[in-house]
Ligand binder design. Structure first.
Ligand code: FE
Length: 202
Protein backbone atom coordinates (compact mmCIF):
# COMPACT_ATOMS: atom_id res chain seq x y z
CA UNK A 1 0.00 0.00 0.00
CA UNK A 2 1.20 3.52 -0.66
CA UNK A 3 2.06 5.47 2.49
CA UNK A 4 -0.56 7.71 3.99
CA UNK A 5 -0.56 10.61 6.37
CA UNK A 6 -2.81 10.85 9.35
CA UNK A 7 -5.24 13.74 9.22
CA UNK A 8 -6.70 15.73 12.09
CA UNK A 9 -10.26 16.86 12.68
CA UNK A 10 -10.92 20.52 12.06
CA UNK A 11 -11.73 22.41 15.26
CA UNK A 12 -15.30 23.39 15.98
CA UNK A 13 -15.83 26.97 14.85
CA UNK A 14 -17.24 28.94 17.82
CA UNK A 15 -19.95 30.43 15.62
CA UNK A 16 -21.44 26.94 15.35
CA UNK A 17 -22.27 27.16 19.05
CA UNK A 18 -24.70 30.03 18.45
CA UNK A 19 -26.85 28.77 15.63
CA UNK A 20 -30.49 29.68 15.30
CA UNK A 21 -32.68 26.67 16.10
CA UNK A 22 -29.84 24.13 16.37
CA UNK A 23 -28.59 23.83 19.94
CA UNK A 24 -25.04 23.98 21.20
CA UNK A 25 -25.45 20.51 22.72
CA UNK A 26 -26.56 19.13 19.39
CA UNK A 27 -23.66 20.72 17.51
CA UNK A 28 -21.08 19.58 20.08
CA UNK A 29 -22.32 15.99 19.94
CA UNK A 30 -22.38 16.17 16.16
CA UNK A 31 -18.79 17.41 16.06
CA UNK A 32 -17.70 14.48 18.25
CA UNK A 33 -19.19 12.11 15.67
CA UNK A 34 -17.15 13.87 12.99
CA UNK A 35 -13.99 13.47 15.08
CA UNK A 36 -14.80 9.77 15.24
CA UNK A 37 -14.89 9.53 11.44
CA UNK A 38 -11.45 11.13 11.25
CA UNK A 39 -10.06 8.67 13.80
CA UNK A 40 -11.53 5.71 11.93
CA UNK A 41 -10.16 6.94 8.60
CA UNK A 42 -6.68 6.99 10.12
CA UNK A 43 -7.18 3.60 11.78
CA UNK A 44 -8.44 1.94 8.60
CA UNK A 45 -5.60 3.28 6.47
CA UNK A 46 -3.07 2.04 9.02
CA UNK A 47 -4.65 -1.42 8.91
CA UNK A 48 -4.66 -1.40 5.11
CA UNK A 49 -0.93 -0.80 5.30
CA UNK A 50 -0.44 -4.32 6.58
CA UNK A 51 -3.32 -6.14 4.93
CA UNK A 52 -2.79 -9.47 3.16
CA UNK A 53 -3.62 -8.70 -0.48
CA UNK A 54 -3.48 -12.39 -1.38
CA UNK A 55 -6.60 -13.03 0.70
CA UNK A 56 -8.76 -10.50 -1.14
CA UNK A 57 -12.24 -11.98 -1.54
CA UNK A 58 -15.61 -10.50 -2.44
CA UNK A 59 -17.57 -12.50 0.17
CA UNK A 60 -15.36 -11.53 3.06
CA UNK A 61 -11.80 -10.38 3.33
CA UNK A 62 -9.89 -7.78 5.23
CA UNK A 63 -9.32 -5.81 2.03
CA UNK A 64 -13.04 -5.74 1.36
CA UNK A 65 -14.08 -4.85 4.91
CA UNK A 66 -11.50 -2.12 5.28
CA UNK A 67 -12.03 -0.53 1.87
CA UNK A 68 -15.81 -0.61 2.20
CA UNK A 69 -15.87 1.13 5.55
CA UNK A 70 -13.11 3.50 4.55
CA UNK A 71 -15.66 5.08 2.21
CA UNK A 72 -18.05 5.49 5.16
CA UNK A 73 -15.36 7.16 7.25
CA UNK A 74 -14.22 9.45 4.45
CA UNK A 75 -17.81 10.31 3.58
CA UNK A 76 -18.34 11.21 7.22
CA UNK A 77 -15.34 13.52 7.08
CA UNK A 78 -16.06 15.27 3.80
CA UNK A 79 -19.79 15.69 4.34
CA UNK A 80 -19.38 17.10 7.82
CA UNK A 81 -16.57 19.43 6.83
CA UNK A 82 -18.90 21.00 4.29
CA UNK A 83 -21.80 20.98 6.77
CA UNK A 84 -19.93 22.72 9.56
CA UNK A 85 -18.14 25.15 7.24
CA UNK A 86 -21.31 26.55 5.69
CA UNK A 87 -23.35 26.97 8.87
CA UNK A 88 -23.07 30.00 11.11
CA UNK A 89 -24.24 32.52 8.55
CA UNK A 90 -27.39 34.56 8.29
CA UNK A 91 -29.37 32.30 5.97
CA UNK A 92 -31.93 33.94 3.75
CA UNK A 93 -31.80 33.81 -0.01
CA UNK A 94 -28.45 32.99 -1.60
CA UNK A 95 -26.49 35.75 -3.30
CA UNK A 96 -23.50 35.96 -5.59
CA UNK A 97 -22.41 33.17 -7.90
CA UNK A 98 -24.51 30.50 -6.19
CA UNK A 99 -27.65 32.52 -6.72
CA UNK A 100 -26.81 32.89 -10.41
CA UNK A 101 -26.37 29.11 -10.76
CA UNK A 102 -29.53 28.36 -8.77
CA UNK A 103 -31.69 30.69 -10.85
CA UNK A 104 -30.27 29.30 -14.08
CA UNK A 105 -30.58 25.61 -13.16
CA UNK A 106 -33.72 25.57 -10.98
CA UNK A 107 -35.56 28.61 -12.34
CA UNK A 108 -35.75 30.40 -8.99
CA UNK A 109 -34.42 30.36 -5.46
CA UNK A 110 -37.78 29.11 -4.20
CA UNK A 111 -37.76 26.21 -6.66
CA UNK A 112 -34.24 25.22 -5.57
CA UNK A 113 -35.16 25.43 -1.89
CA UNK A 114 -38.36 23.42 -2.37
CA UNK A 115 -36.49 20.73 -4.25
CA UNK A 116 -33.68 20.51 -1.70
CA UNK A 117 -36.22 20.43 1.14
CA UNK A 118 -38.08 17.56 -0.57
CA UNK A 119 -34.81 15.74 -1.25
CA UNK A 120 -33.93 16.09 2.45
CA UNK A 121 -37.33 14.75 3.51
CA UNK A 122 -36.93 11.81 1.13
CA UNK A 123 -33.36 10.93 2.15
CA UNK A 124 -32.11 8.70 4.95
CA UNK A 125 -28.83 10.49 5.42
CA UNK A 126 -27.96 13.47 3.28
CA UNK A 127 -29.21 15.88 0.65
CA UNK A 128 -26.69 17.81 -1.41
CA UNK A 129 -26.76 20.58 -3.95
CA UNK A 130 -23.82 19.72 -6.18
CA UNK A 131 -22.39 21.02 -9.42
CA UNK A 132 -21.91 18.26 -12.00
CA UNK A 133 -18.97 19.23 -14.19
CA UNK A 134 -20.00 16.85 -16.97
CA UNK A 135 -23.57 18.09 -17.17
CA UNK A 136 -22.53 21.64 -16.34
CA UNK A 137 -25.32 22.24 -13.86
CA UNK A 138 -26.49 22.05 -10.28
CA UNK A 139 -28.65 19.18 -9.06
CA UNK A 140 -30.01 18.20 -5.65
CA UNK A 141 -28.74 14.70 -4.96
CA UNK A 142 -29.98 12.24 -2.33
CA UNK A 143 -27.80 10.15 -0.05
CA UNK A 144 -28.92 7.41 2.33
CA UNK A 145 -25.59 7.17 4.15
CA UNK A 146 -22.21 8.86 4.35
CA UNK A 147 -21.05 6.83 1.38
CA UNK A 148 -24.16 6.70 -0.79
CA UNK A 149 -24.76 7.89 -3.53
CA UNK A 150 -22.06 10.27 -4.71
CA UNK A 151 -21.85 11.08 -8.41
CA UNK A 152 -18.41 11.22 -10.00
CA UNK A 153 -17.18 14.63 -11.02
CA UNK A 154 -19.85 16.46 -9.09
CA UNK A 155 -18.85 18.94 -6.40
CA UNK A 156 -21.14 19.41 -3.40
CA UNK A 157 -21.79 23.04 -2.48
CA UNK A 158 -24.57 22.54 0.06
CA UNK A 159 -24.59 19.49 2.35
CA UNK A 160 -27.71 18.97 4.44
CA UNK A 161 -27.31 16.28 7.09
CA UNK A 162 -30.61 14.54 7.82
CA UNK A 163 -29.30 11.69 9.91
CA UNK A 164 -31.36 11.70 13.11
CA UNK A 165 -28.28 12.61 15.14
CA UNK A 166 -28.41 16.02 13.45
CA UNK A 167 -31.82 16.96 14.84
CA UNK A 168 -33.34 14.46 17.26
CA UNK A 169 -32.11 16.29 20.35
CA UNK A 170 -33.72 19.54 19.23
CA UNK A 171 -36.72 18.38 17.21
CA UNK A 172 -37.34 14.70 17.99
CA UNK A 173 -38.89 13.38 14.77
CA UNK A 174 -39.79 16.77 13.33
CA UNK A 175 -37.23 16.80 10.58
CA UNK A 176 -39.01 19.51 8.62
CA UNK A 177 -38.43 22.08 11.37
CA UNK A 178 -34.76 21.14 11.51
CA UNK A 179 -34.50 21.63 7.76
CA UNK A 180 -36.01 25.10 8.19
CA UNK A 181 -33.36 25.86 10.82
CA UNK A 182 -30.61 24.59 8.54
CA UNK A 183 -31.62 27.06 5.83
CA UNK A 184 -31.70 29.89 8.39
CA UNK A 185 -28.04 29.36 9.27
CA UNK A 186 -26.44 28.97 5.86
CA UNK A 187 -23.40 31.09 5.12
CA UNK A 188 -23.52 32.10 1.48
CA UNK A 189 -20.03 33.56 1.58
CA UNK A 190 -18.70 30.07 2.30
CA UNK A 191 -20.65 28.56 -0.59
CA UNK A 192 -19.60 31.29 -3.00
CA UNK A 193 -16.02 30.88 -1.82
CA UNK A 194 -16.08 27.23 -2.89
CA UNK A 195 -17.49 28.15 -6.29
CA UNK A 196 -14.51 30.47 -6.75
CA UNK A 197 -11.83 28.20 -5.32
CA UNK A 198 -13.04 25.18 -7.31
CA UNK A 199 -13.31 27.29 -10.47
CA UNK A 200 -16.94 26.37 -11.05
CA UNK A 201 -18.13 28.42 -14.03
CA UNK A 202 -21.12 30.63 -13.40
FE1 FE B 1 -23.93 13.99 10.82
Amino acid sequence: MPPFEEISARPLDPRLLQLSGISRASVEAHHRLYQGYVAKRNEILALLDGVDLQKANQVFSDVRALKLDLTFAIGGIKNHEIYFAHLGGGGGDPDGAFRVLVERDFGSVDAWRSDLRATAMAARGWAWTAYDRDEGRLFNYLGDAQNTFPVWNATPLVALDVYEHAYFLDYQTDRASYVDAFFENLDWDAVNGWIASYSIPS
